[in-house]
Design a protein around this ligand. Structure first.
Ligand code: MN
Length: 499
């Protein structure tokens, strides 16, 4: 029998009231689903328990954990919503119904699917916990996908990779994003996943020898400089994330420096910068790879200092420097802000939230100190606008604009080129070949002539025309997204000047 202690132990200072609520939801779910089995033949309750546990692991409140236990009870075993309202209250009923919506529909691009997604996004824009519970539910579905019929497997895995993993990413919940992506990847592209995995294992071993050595030296340096309160961690890149990166680096793993990274975690921000100084003072950094995500956090709130250095023994090592708080945020993202009750941590957490939610919401958080006040990122609010504006194309549109950070465009031969969102024709040309970029004279997108500055859209077919006499122009740099193109343009111009 699953023990509720497993869940309670994951919570930060649960009250007796919290524990009672979780026990009650546990008992309710166990009883409601007692005849109910999963494809594997195991009791359905195992799925509810695992979902609740995933929610607890993210640091969410007893309310959210309770909804995790109950999330399939209306839809799958016909529990009357009124009963949930009576036993658990309005808030938990809302969460359960919000999560349930997406469950009953099929992935086939039908209106019904679109309709259900709209409802789901609607519920999630009122309460972001709906999405977090759904992601925890999906994680367990993915972990047990082998028992599901083959035809269903692919649909669920695709939906996970196209919709849920990107949503986790947008919320900064790295832990869920990585697990969802890697699981889906192995179902959708089993061969590629296997190949990437072998590559990763091999490289990781090689890398760790260097990392261990580097770790020793850095500890000595830090102590020498009077920094003693820190811890060091390794992180290994996720499988899917590595695969995507390999695609961008011509499948040459030797050009990828962050397969594993060394992470230095300290107590305050000043120490982060001090350590960066110490690192650069001892090891030469690679130009262009020093990133200050503390001063300029990523759009999903991620904060950390990154640098990549020559370790001195022929290897190149990425170092990430951050505080404990940033480290927690980087794994749990928005979830690490939802269940804080004490006002002290509330204020501390506003820094990250500020980057993803509107000022008005921040003011609301300051004014109210209630758990019910849930942060809604701006882009989720925008989803609601999308629903009104896009009609039947809703899913298509949000996938393109909101869920994807990268676009796929096609060469005339039909080869796929993967570019960051916002890339222009020039980025594309340089991605094909340096010479193509350096001699670009014109371009057609989907058969029509366009300006070189034209930003590309997902699915565009791009044809580049070159002339021997054509040369890069300094102005192009402003109209490029990729560091690659910017770099090539600069070096072509400086070569030209030297002639
Ligand atoms: Mn479920």
């Amino acid at each position: 029998m699953k023990n509720i202690k497993e869940i309670i132990s994951l919570m930060r200072n649960p009250t007796q009231k919290d524990i009672d609520l979780i026990q009650k939801s546990y008992d309710f779910a166990l009883n409601a689903h007692k005849e109910h089995k999963r494809f594997s033949g195991e009791p359905y309750f195992n799925h509810l328990f695992a979902t609740a546990k995933n929610i607890a692991e993210l640091g969410m409140s007893a309310t959210a954990i309770s909804a995790g236990f109950l999330h399939d009870s209306i839809e799958d075993v016909g529990v009357d919503p009124e009963e949930i309202r009576k036993e658990f209250g309005e808030e938990i009923l809302f969460l359960v119904q919000g999560v349930a919506k997406l469950g009953q529909i099929k992935y086939k691009g039908t209106n019904r699917y679109n309709e259900s997604l709209r409802k789901f996004f609607g519920a999630m824009s009122k309460d972001i916990r709906v999405l977090i519970i759904k992601l925890c539910d999906r994680l367990n579905n993915m972990q047990t996908l082998e028992h599901v019929p083959k035809t269903k497997q692919l649909r669920i895995a695709k939906e996970t990779l196209e919709i849920f993993a990107p949503l986790a990413h947008r919320l900064g919940i790295k832990k869920l994003q990585r697990d969802l992506e890697d699981l889906a990847f192995t179902y959708i592209y089993p061969e590629k996943a296997e190949k990437t995995k072998n590559l990763l294992v091999k490289k990781k071993e090689e890398h760790e020898i260097h990392l261990d050595k580097f770790r020793e030296s850095i500890i000595k340096k830090l102590y020498k400089n009077g920094i003693t309160n820190f811890r060091i961690d390794y992180r290994v890149k996720g499988l899917y994330s590595l695969y995507k990166k390999l695609e961008r680096y011509e499948n040459n793993i030797d050009n990828i420096y962050d397969i594993s990274a060394l992470r230095i975690i300290v107590q305050d921000i000043t120490d982060c910068y001090r350590i960066l100084g110490i690192v650069h003072n001892s090891w030469k950094p690679l130009l262009g790879r020093i990133k200050d995500y503390i001063a300029s956090p990523k759009p999903n709130g991620y904060r950390s200092l990154h640098t990549t250095v020559f370790s001195g023994d022929g290897s190149i090592i990425e170092v990430q420097i951050r505080t404990e708080e940033m480290d927690k945020e980087s794994e749990y993202g928005i979830a690490s802000h939802l269940s804080y009750k004490s006002s002290a941590s509330h204020n501390k957490s506003l820094y990250l939230v500020k980057n993803i939610i509107s000022q008005k919401n921040i003011d609301d958080i300051r004014n109210k100190n209630s758990e019910e006040l849930i942060d809604i990122p701006i882009w989720i609010k925008e989803l609601v606008k999308y629903q009104e504006a896009t009609g039947n194309k809703f899913l298509e549109e949000i996938k393109k604009d909101i869920l994807e950070e990268r676009i796929f465009v096609f060469t005339p031969k039909g080869d796929v080129i993967d570019l960051p969102l916002g890339s222009s024709v020039i980025d594309f040309a340089y991605m094909i070949h340096t010479d193509v970029g350096n001699h670009i004279s014109g371009a057609k997108v989907n058969g029509k002539f366009v300006a070189l500055y034209t930003k590309l859209q997902n699915g565009d077919r791009v044809e580049i025309e070159t002339k021997k006499s054509a040369k890069p122009n300094k102005k192009w740099i402003e109209h490029c997204k990729t560091a690659l193109a910017k770099h090539q343009i600069k070096s072509a111009i400086s070569r030209e000047l030297k002639r």
